[in-house]
Design a protein. Structure first.
Lengths: 134, 266
């Protein structure tokens, strides 16, 4: 599994991660996953291994159950390396909305970051933002 | 009431319990998040994240307070070292006038150190209990007087013994007390016995009833010789400057000894 295309997605304990044909990295939180700092680091490592400098990240957190403060802080700063310039977070359940809003409102990531209800709209925004950023 | 409503009430109660624990700074509790990821789970998640943030902020605040206490402690220790060095140096001074000035400086420094000591002993790091402070100053002076062969008795009175004073106010007040005590010691009791000094503080101040800090002795009286406005000594210069700093007024009475009243609002 090289992570190129969803069929070749890389699986770790709490996430599936892959890169699409446009170079955008997708990471999907597994159903009812509780994200701790170790999971955040593991996810970061995979994300860092994919894509080129200045790419975007689409986080599908629709099924997330919880995320610790340490994990939120880790995701806030550019620990994923400077490769990622923009993050779109897809939410659906009330829990995922609360976590994502808390992350944006309290932890304040240091790059463009926006919430969506639809993956398609999120992907459009990521690509548009990358074009305007670059 | 339906089962769903009962379950909702039960969830709300449990979340409220956690919130109440957070209100008392007990961050060990967590609200339960179920697998349905519904609205109550979302509220519980939000409460849990809020608790994590509050805990981090509280810990950080406690660390800052501890650090601030440590700084006050170190300042006090350093000032005590300075005071001790002056004391040691004074043993090599033969000139009585120079020796007196050394001792004056030493007492000033010692009393500033006492303010820092009282600050780090207090629960609030910018306030002190004024009675505790003055008691400590009087003990320090009493020891000094004894070491100099004086039998003067020092006493403190206040209409508000639990008076808490902000450090910005405590520092000039403490220096004024120090200078007035030194004045009484030096000039009031020459060749006299049964000597007394009373420090009093009317602390229940208001707009109509300002604070009054008073230092009086039963000595020979200044007979008009003590007037900070026409100051010729460092002590008097300091009193004048500190009174100005407090935007205070003062009055001096020469009846039955000397009594200096400093009147101010906060």
């Amino acid at each position: 599994m090289n992570g190129i295309g969803e069929k070749n997605r890389i699986e770790v304990s709490k996430f599936w991660t892959w890169i699409d044909e446009d170079g955008v990295i997708h990471t999907e939180v597994k159903p009812n996953a509780e994200i701790f700092i170790e999971d955040a680091k593991e996810n970061s490592k995979i994300v860092n291994s994919l894509g080129e400098e200045g790419t975007g990240l689409l986080v599908d957190s629709r099924e997330i159950k919880s995320m610790t403060r340490e994990a939120r802080q880790f995701f806030t700063v550019r620990n994923r390396s400077s490769k990622i310039n923009v993050i779109a977070i897809v939410t659906r359940s009330p829990v995922s909305k609360i976590i994502a809003n808390f992350f944006l409102g309290v932890n304040k990531p240091d790059m463009p970051c926006k919430l969506f209800n639809s993956k398609e709209k999120a992907l459009v925004w990521v690509n548009e933002t990358l074009i305007s950023e670059n | 009431m339906s089962t769903t409503n009962l379950e909702s009430l039960d969830r709300a109660d449990k979340i409220l319990e956690v919130l109440m624990a957070y209100a008392t700074l007990d961050f060990s509790k967590k609200a339960e998040v179920g697998d349905s990821l519904g609205v109550f789970d979302a509220i519980a998640t939000g409460v849990n994240m809020l608790g994590e943030e509050l805990k981090a902020t509280t810990v950080s605040l406690n660390e800052k307070n501890t650090l601030l206490k440590e700084i006050h402690h170190r300042v006090k220790n350093n000032l005590q070292i300075v005071s001790s060095i002056l004391s040691m140096q004074s043993q090599f001074i033969d000139d009585p006038i120079a020796l007196e000035k050394f001792n004056d400086c030493r007492l000033r420094i010692k009393n500033i150190a006492l303010v820092h000591e009282k600050v780090y002993e207090s629960n609030h790091l910018n306030e002190i209990n004024f009675k505790d402070y003055v008691d400590a100053v009087l003990t320090s002076y009493q020891d000094f007087f004894k070491s100099q062969g004086s039998d003067a008795v020092l006493k403190y009175e206040s209409d508000d013994p639990e008076k808490i004073v902000h450090i910005d106010l405590a520092m000039p007040m403490s220096l004024i007390v120090n200078e007035l005590l030194a004045n009484s010691y030096k000039y009031a009791f020459k060749n006299r016995t049964n000597n007394k000094i009373l420090v009093s503080f009317k602390g229940k101040g208001s707009v109509d009833s300002p604070f009054i800090l008073k230092v009086s002795d039963n000595g020979i009286g200044a007979n008009g010789k003590f007037d900070p406005e026409s100051a010729t000594s460092l002590g008097a210069v300091l009193i004048e400057a500190l009174i100005e700093q407090l935007s205070a007024e003062y009055s001096i009475s020469d009846q039955n000894g000397t009594s200096v009243e400093v009147i101010f609002n906060t």
